[in-house]
Structure formats: C-alpha cells, structure tokens
Design a protein around this ligand. Structure first.
Ligand code: F6P
Length: 329
C-alpha cells in the first residue's frame, strides 16, 4: 500500500480545503494510505501528522482557510531542518507529498524531491503570482471579496463626495489590484509591475475627471507599490490620501483591506479548480511521479517540472491596464 501525504504551506487561500479533500479522496479511493500533515513544513519536521480517511474531509469544501493549518518555517530552509523532515518521512513511510502553497512552498518541495521524497506542488495563493499557472487557488474568491468590499466603500465615497484609496494584497504582484480595480471602476490603479507617477497617474487624472463633473473617486493600490510611493515622497496609503486631499481639495480616506481578503467561503471556480488540481496531484504521486507542479493553462490542467516552473516568468496583461485607464474616467 502506498503512503502519500498532504500539507498546506504559506498564506492560506480559499479553496485549499477543497484541494485537501480532493487529494485525500483520490488517495483513499485508489487504495493509498493518506496522511495529513499539520502546519506545513514546520509540522512535517515535528512529525505532526495523522491518517486521514474519506470522512476526515467531509464538510470542508465550502470552508475558507485550511483544515491542516499553515505556517512559514525558517528552520525548514536550513540543511538541519530539511534532514529532520526527511527522517520523519522515512519513519512514517511517506513516499510522496502534495504541497499546497505558493512559490516559497514549491522551493521546499523541490528540495525535498532532490533528496528523494517525491513532491507535487499545487498552486494555492490569492496573489495569482505563480509563473507557470494562469490561475491559482484562492484568486477568484479573493477578487470577489475585494469587489464586494469596495462596492460597500463606494456607498460612502458617493454619499460624501470623497476619494478612497484602497490598498489590496499583493506583495510582489498586481493581479489582484488590476483586476479588482477594473471591476470596481477605479479612477487610478497602482501595481508593482508598472512605473507610475503620483502627479500624472493620480492627481492629473482626478483633476481631468473633476472637470467632467466627477466628484467621487476610488483609487486601488497594490500593497507591493509602497517602495515606489516612498521614492516619490509618500509613505503608505494614508499619506497618499492626505496628499490627494491637500492637492485637490477632495476629502480623502485610506482603507487597507488586509486579511479579510484571504478569508471566506471559496467561490465555485476555486472549489472546482482546487478539486481538479488536488486530484491530479494525487494521481501523479500514486503513479510514482514527483518533482512536479500542477498548473492551469487556458482552462487545462497540466504539470511542470518544479525546477522549470520556478524558473519561469509571468507577465501581467498590461492591455487590461490600458482598458481600465481608458474607461474608468
Ligand atoms: O501571499 C499571500 C499574501 O496574502 C500576500 O498577498 C501578502 O502580502 C502576504 O500573504 C501576507 O502575509 P501574512 O499573512 O504573513 O501577513
């Protein structure tokens, strides 16, 4: 009987539970023993795991977060930590692990694979910033959450003729900001992938729209742009709101959406994609195939070598930005 395991690592994302469920059910239905490892690589090093069965994953498909808990472990990145994890895998008879997480988690999966423990990565992050994938688990739910939150903010924006600067997640990537920005009709969108000028891309745009009669404004900013803001003398979205108010005379506020974006019941898309990817990953391991990342491209599920996946780059669709700027005026 084969023994495979599953863990979630890095920031949680809605849909991770659906992926865990798919791994466990696929494993069990195909005659494997399936272990659930708690708290990612930190739990793996401590041997914090338990045997799961078909019923262990009942009633979780609709829940946000991860029933296996998650963590980011510095110790695991050391040689000693890695060795601990390998010893645990050998003791428990683990032949392969499905690692649900982002790029950092995949680097751990690559290193374990190199040392003889087959790993398959499943992309789970709200940021949608994994190069080999068009889509990552949690992204759709997160976008819809942002859209819902900003729609609420819009009520106040309109009622008080204000400008709201809304900061959304995305430390290194602007997918959330760009797509949510277009969905909420943001006057300006700032993302880390693009150079911008506060004067040209915010102040001048707002001034131009004021002349056409617009009196309330939403600006969507990815958290990852702060360095670029600082380089222009503005540290953080509150300072940006003050700057806008001072320069345009429009009462302004900043809202940092924060971790509300990462929680909540997964959307239909996230549940379906997570189910497909989890099942695909388990089948790879059951067939003795490791060192792969499961990906979605043009709606198809496929897999890549982890090394290749980690070396790929992905660029954001800037034509979407141009469209947003043309129509959100
Ligand atoms: O990678 C997902 C993410 O939510 C990023 O968008 C964000 O920058 C980061 O995690 C926040 O991490 P933490 O929950 O550790 O503060």
């Amino acid at each position: 009987m084969k023994t495979i395991a599953v863990l979630t690592s890095g920031g949680d994302a809605p849909g991770m539970n659906a992926a865990i469920r798919a791994v466990v059910r696929t494993g069990c239905e195909n005659g494997a023993r399936v272990l659930g490892i708690r708290r990612g690589y930190a739990g793996l090093m401590q041997g914090d795991m338990y045997e799961m069965n078909l019923r262990s994953v009942s009633d979780i498909i609709h829940r946000g977060g991860t029933m296996l808990y998650s963590a980011r472990s510095k110790e695991f990145c050391t040689e000693a930590g890695m060795q601990k994890a390998i010893d645990v895998c050998k003791d428990a008879g683990i032949e392969g692990i499905v690692v649900i997480g982002g790029d950092g988690s995949f680097r751990g999966a690559r290193d374990l694979s190199l040392r003889g423990i087959n790993c398959v990565g499943v992309p789970g992050t709200i940021d949608n910033d994994i190069a080999c994938c068009d889509y990552t688990i949690g992204y759709d739910t997160c976008l819809n959450t942002i859209m819902d939150m900003v729609d609420r903010i819009r009520d106040t924006t309109e009622s008080h003729d204000r400008c709201f600067i809304v900061e959304v997640m995305g430390r290194r990537a602007g997918y959330l900001a760009l797509n949510a920005g277009i969905a909420v009709g943001a006057t300006s969108i700032l993302i880390p992938e693009m150079e911008f000028s506060i004067e040209r891309d915010i102040i001048e745009r707002m001034r131009r729209t004021q002349k056409t009669g617009k009196e309330h404004f939403i600006i969507v900013v990815a958290e990852g742009v702060n360095e670029k803001l600082v380089a222009q003398g503005i540290n953080g979205v509150s300072a940006l709101a003050k700057y806008v108010e001072h320069n345009l005379g429009v009462e302004s506020r900043a809202t940092v959406l924060g971790h509300v974006q990462r929680g909540g019941s997964p959307s239909c898309k996230d549940r379906v994609v997570a189910s497909q990817m989890g099942s695909y990953a388990a089948h790879l391991l059951l067939n003795g195939i490791g060192n792969r990342v499961v990906a979605m491209q043009k709606e198809a599920i496929l897999d890549y070598d982890i090394f290749e996946a980690l070396n790929m780059t992905k660029s954001i669709d800037l034509s979407l930005y141009d469209t947003a700027m043309e129509i959100s005026i």
